[in-house]
Design a protein around this ligand. Structure first.
Ligand SMILES: Nc1nc2c(ncn2[C@@H]2O[C@H](COP(=O)(O)OP(=O)(O)O)[C@@H](O)[C@H]2O)c(=O)[nH]1
Ligand SMILES: [Mg+2]
Length: 375
């Protein structure tokens, strides 16, 4: 349970920041105070004293409560998605016995629900095989197997590139994340949410505004940065995004920041120059800080369905995407796109966006997601 290991702020003072060439838009607050008071970390090795045990129990209870609330929130935000195609799937299986038309109806609903033909056929084949092999008659048994298969589809890519922030491994320092995706999918909003998320784990987060294409994009990130109390490295509109990345990585190093999150432009993905620009940003990170960027998160708007999948393919070919944030699942999304992304692209979904506020971000949990959709 990684929350036990909230990173403590380092005590040593940050080295003097070299005068960055970039305009620093937001004031640098004295060490970023974690939003939630970070409890003392649990020391698993030392024999615990009675007050420490009590404290640990209280912390455990607090975490359980937090997780329960998070689950309820995700289920609630997925309500309208569930009411679409997935509730019809649940109805299909409400009969006692498996009917002859079940497979065709299920195929239609999975495709209509955005799961994609490839993923739908895979799930149907596997389900039919199990049902025949195990001579299953009851629809409810087949339904449980279907849910298990859907979880498997989502879980398969989760083990690839498991980021250190999910597995208690030591984070490279600073840890650099590049956030990419087409305009309007929710990149900037997601960056604000991620800032809050990582601050809550005790990290000092710094932001880079490399979407210099639109002045409004810089302003928007500035507002979020101020709200989250994170410093922002930005240049004038229309300046070279590469220069912003260069300055931002430099600033993250000189200020001893834990995590740098870089916003990027998202003008039409069909324009090859955006892909070239993103490749260049990658190279600048690598040159400034070998091994970085450590994560390239692709933001996909779940309401765009199969079109979102096409976008994802193009980004994946251009920059090595390490994970996906699926946004706007609180709206009219059909939800099946999550399965198509996992199976057809082999990309792990790391977070889901469930609203427009800072706290509307949840770590992706395959079982929880399937339970919420098929409830
Ligand atoms: N309902 C909902 N709206 C979102 C979510 N994420 C982002 N948005 C909205 O989507 C719009 C575009 O977001 P923005 O972050 O500017 O997208 P960008 O162009 O990719 O940076 C804004 O109105 C956001 O409030 C989400 O998870 N749910
Ligand atoms: Mg933006």
């Amino acid at each position: 349970m990684f929350r036990f290991f909230r990173r403590q702020k380092q005590e040593q003072p940050a080295p003097e920041a070299e005068a960055p060439q970039a305009v620093e838009v937001a004031p640098v607050p004295a060490p970023v105070a974690p939003v939630a008071p970070a409890p003392a970390p649990v020391a698993p090795m030392a024999p615990a004293s009675a007050p420490a045990v009590a404290q640990n129990l209280a912390l455990e209870r607090e975490i359980e409560e937090e997780e329960r609330e998070q689950k309820q929130k995700v289920a609630k935000s997925l309500q309208s998605t569930r009411r679409g195609f997935f509730s019809q799937i649940t109805e299909l299986f409400s009969a006692d016995e498996i009917t002859s038309s079940l497979w065709d109806d299920l195929q239609d609903l999975l495709v209509l629900g955005d799961c994609g033909v490839d993923t739908t056929n895979y799930v149907l084949d596997e389900l039919e095989k199990r049902v025949n092999r195990e001579r299953i008659r009851r629809a409810s048994t087949a339904y449980s197997i279907l849910k298990g298969l859907m979880v498997q589809v989502l879980e398969a890519p989760l083990s690839t590139h498991r980021p250190p922030w999910l597995s208690n491994r030591t984070m490279p320092h600073p840890y650099v994340m590049l956030v990419v995706g087409v305009n309007g999918v929710g990149k900037t909003t997601t960056i604000a949410k991620l800032t809050r998320y990582f601050q809550r784990l005790g990290n000092a987060v710094i932001l880079g505004a490399a979407d210099t294409f639109r002045a409004a994009a810089i302003d928007q990130l500035e507002i979020w940065a101020e709200r989250a109390g994170a410093p922002l490295i930005a240049l004038q509109p229309n300046s070279d995004p590469g220069a912003v990345v260069f300055d931002a990585v430099g600033a993250a190093i000189s200020r001893n920041s834990d995590i740098l999150i870089i916003d990027t432009a998202g003008r039409l993905h069909t324009k090859t120059n955006l892909m070239e620009e993103l490749k260049k940003l990658r190279r600048i990170c690598e040159k400034q800080l070998p091994g970085s960027p450590h994560d390239v998160l692709l933001v996909i708007d779940a309401t765009t369905g199969q079109n979102g999948l096409q976008q994802a393919k193009i980004f994946t070919e251009a920059v090595e995407v390490t994970g996906v944030v699926l946004t706007k699942l609180d709206g009219t999304a059909k939800g099946g796109i999550a399965f198509a992304i996992s199976r057809e692209l082999g990309l792990p979904i790391r977070f889901i966006g469930t609203g427009e506020k800072l706290d509307d971000l949840a770590e992706f949990d395959a079982t929880q997601f399937v339970d919420a959709l098929f409830a």
